[in-house]
Design a protein around this ligand. Structure first.
Ligand SMILES: [Zn+2]
Ligand SMILES: [Zn+2]
Length: 117
């Protein structure tokens, strides 16, 4: 693997770039870099653009996540119902086929309730 080439600043080709603008990915040195808690930018304009972009991306992400979590919740409720139904009828069937105290009487109760006597 080749060693990474030192990239010069976009504005000062002689100077080693400290990083890249988060918006336009221009290599920038310490002098012209615009450092914010979110990252480095080559200009105010780029910072504004990127913050705007990030804000929009977060908004989209948030609404997507809300939709996804709602669907996940519906899915888990649905699978819980399926599991309960399967367990219920499994117990009824088991009590029907095999004589197990309590379970068989429960099975008889359920069958009589459903009219399957
Ligand atoms: Zn930039
Ligand atoms: Zn520079």
């Amino acid at each position: 693997m080749a060693a990474p080439k030192i990239v010069g600043c976009f504005n000062h080709p002689g100077k080693e770039a400290m990083g890249r603008c988060r918006q336009c990915s221009k290599p920038i040195c310490k002098e012209c870099g615009f450092v914010t808690p979110a990252g480095m930018y080559c200009s105010n304009e780029c910072r504004d653009k990127h913050e705007d972009f990030m804000k929009r991306a977060t908004d989209v992400d948030l609404s997507k996540r809300q939709k996804r979590s709602l669907r996940a919740r519906l899915g888990s409720v649905f699978s819980l119902i399926v599991v309960l139904v399967v367990l219920f009828f499994g117990a009824v069937l088991l009590g029907w086929l095999v004589h197990i105290p309590y379970l068989s009487s429960f099975s008889i109760t359920v069958r009589s309730f459903l009219g399957l006597m």
